[in-house]
Write a protein that binds this ligand. Structure first.
Ligand code: SF4
Ligand code: SF4
Length: 128
């Protein structure tokens, strides 16, 4: 299960992900992170059965947490199978099948949004 975590990095704050790993014993896979001196946003992947434990622990440490159940979504009626999204995606979510129709593996998506900017037909959306 993927969790989108936003947290403050104010003075004296401990590194939240490391702290949650230590406190819960859950191994957290960080798929994407943008962190500056004052705040951070990280997309993490955790086992489904430990999602609630990790989420609650992070919230108790002051983070905002969103559980993401979906990755990128394709509107097949808008897609023209141009392949622009294939080359831009850093996670190889997209490929062509044997008939050169676009196919995707949604679970690989890390919600970076690059494919949405590349698609000329607005055929892709991310969960809001
Ligand atoms: S949002 Fe990013 S990771 Fe997800 S499919 Fe688009 S380019 Fe790939
Ligand atoms: S960029 Fe858009 S139109 Fe082109 S293959 Fe990808 S989803 Fe389809």
């Amino acid at each position: 299960m993927k969790l989108l975590v936003n947290f403050s990095r104010g003075k004296g704050r401990k590194p939240i992900i490391a702290q949650v790993v230590r406190d819960t014993g859950v191994l957290i896979n960080v798929e994407r992170a943008v962190i500056d001196s004052s705040e951070g946003e990280a997309l993490i992947d955790v086992p489904d059965d430990q999602c609630r434990l990790v989420s609650d622990t992070m919230i108790n440490l002051g983070a905002r947490v969103r559980i993401l159940e979906r990755g990128v979504t394709l509107n097949e009626s808008e897609c023209v199978d141009c392949g622009a999204c294939i080359s831009i995606c850093p996670r190889e979510v997209f490929s062509f099948n044997a008939d050169y129709k676009l196919q995707l593996v949604e679970e690989r998506c890390v919600l970076c949004g690059k494919c949405l900017e590349a698609c000329p037909h607005n055929a892709l959306t991310l969960p809001v």
